[in-house]
Ligand binder design. Structure first.
Ligand code: DGL
Length: 274
């Protein structure tokens, strides 16, 4: 049996369908710089967002098994699509704390809204599951939620199309349906959307507050680790390990954009073994 001091030293496991979950890692670095991290990006099977619930659930099960092999003390599902359709299953099936990105984002949206009108944008899987709407209405039933899938935002963010005219045009076209609905809060319900925050904010107008699920999730993680006395005390070597299910080179190129710094220790694994 591990002592609590030993458990505190164990890494936090974070997984995503690919590189997007690094927006969550970036926030965890900021808030919890003393923590060890093991990240798994399923780049070989990316994207999850257009897949069926069953497929995403099976992928998520394997991602969790992989992280458990690294003796993680806590798991974060950084992917909104996996959090939307697989979180309950993997929580039921595993004896470890697992946090998704939906609840923290939903809570922040409810805390922010003044007029109880909230917009959600995400992948088809996330929007189709209604996960944010359910989480928001569980907290405040009278809230009106308006959801919209914006599938092109993911490849745009991956390709670095951040400040391009084409991205502005696509964002204007997608978001026009949300503009006249009098929402005061918009949840960026996808790992990649924080990269497009500026263009989304320009299209939506400054009156609308954007909620970044990655930021909220890191905050909730910090609170939970503290509550469970699992925070790693400062001192000693810190290790951040990155694993992917396909070519590490592409991951490391895109990772810089998401993380704002280079990562070199990326290892390829065969996730189908798990
Ligand atoms: N990580 C996914 C999400 O947050 C976006 C990319 C994908 O579709 O796999 O929903």
């Amino acid at each position: 049996m591990m002592t609590n001091a030993e458990l505190q030293q164990k890494p936090i496991g974070i997984f995503d369908s690919g590189v997007g979950g690094l927006t969550v890692v970036a926030e965890v670095f900021k808030l919890l710089p003393e923590e060890n991290i093991v990240y798994f990006g399923d780049v070989g099977r990316y994207p999850y967002g257009g897949r069926s619930k069953e497929t995403i659930q099976n992928f998520a099960r394997q991602d969790v098994r992989f992280l458990l092999e690294h003796q993680v003390k806590f798991i974060i599902v950084a992917c909104n699509s996996a959090s939307s359709v697989a979180l309950e299953e993997i929580q039921k099936e595993n004896d470890i704390d697992i946090l998704g990105v939906i609840e923290p984002g939903a809570r922040a949206a409810v805390n922010n809204t003044g007029n109880n009108r909230i917009g959600i944008i995400g992948t088809k899987a996330t929007i189709g599951s209604d996960s944010y709407a359910k989480a928001i209405q569980r907290r405040r039933q009278e809230t009106k939620v308006f959801s919209l899938a914006c599938p092109l935002f993911v490849p745009l963010a991956e390709e670095g199309y951040i400040e391009k005219e084409a991205t502005h045009l696509i964002a204007s076209d997608y978001l026009k349906t949300l503009i006249n609905l009098d929402i005061d809060t918009l949840v960026l319900g996808c790992t990649h959307y924080p990269l497009l925050k500026d263009v989304i904010a320009r299209v939506m107008g400054e009156r609308i507050r954007l909620i970044d699920s990655a930021e909220e999730t890191a905050r909730e993680l910090a609170a939970l680790l503290s509550l469970k006395n699992l925070l790693r005390p400062s001192g000693g070597d810190i290790s951040h390990k990155f694993y992917v299910s396909d070519v590490p080179d592409k991951f490391s190129q895109i990772a810089e954009r998401f993380l704002g710094r280079q990562i070199d220790n990326i290892t390829r694994v065969d996730i189908t073994r798990y």
